[in-house]
Design a protein around this ligand. Structure first.
Ligand SMILES: [Ca+2]
Ligand SMILES: [Ca+2]
Ligand SMILES: [Ca+2]
Length: 122
């Protein structure tokens, strides 16, 4: 009985510290870009798939994203405004950025343009 309880605690502990690294995101799916609320792929996460070239629905991460991993084979233009307006940041295919600050793009992105759809093949 004691042994079982300890195993349960160990499981819960290992699950709670589980985070998705850019490499893992890349392995998981190649049809999306993932944004995180904070630097270094921390905080709230939003996956944006290339179902269409334009994605304008960053939800709670609108003007909040601070890092990204582009798992797709498409270059992606990130825009500071809705519907491809404002200034841009280009995310190369299969790339990631742990901090948008040095790109002048912290807490900025509102819309996303996939240059190549479908984007999950090289
Ligand atoms: Ca942020
Ligand atoms: Ca913005
Ligand atoms: Ca950067």
């Amino acid at each position: 009985m004691k042994k079982l309880a300890a195993a349960g605690i160990a499981l819960v502990t290992s699950f709670s510290v589980l985070t998705v690294s850019p490499a893992e995101a890349t392995m998981a799916s190649r049809n999306l870009i993932t944004f995180w609320e904070h630097d270094d792929y921390q905080g709230a996460r939003k996956d944006v798939t290339c179902s269409t070239q334009l994605r304008d629905d960053l939800g709670a991460l609108e003007n909040q994203a601070s890092s990204m991993a582009n798992a797709s084979y498409s270059g992606i233009d990130l825009y500071s405004g809705d519907n491809r307006t404002g200034v841009t940041y280009y995310a190369k295919p299969r790339s990631n950025d742990s901090d948008f600050t040095n790109n002048g793009f912290d807490n900025t992105v509102e819309s996303v343009w996939f240059r190549k759809v479908p984007c999950d093949v090289g």
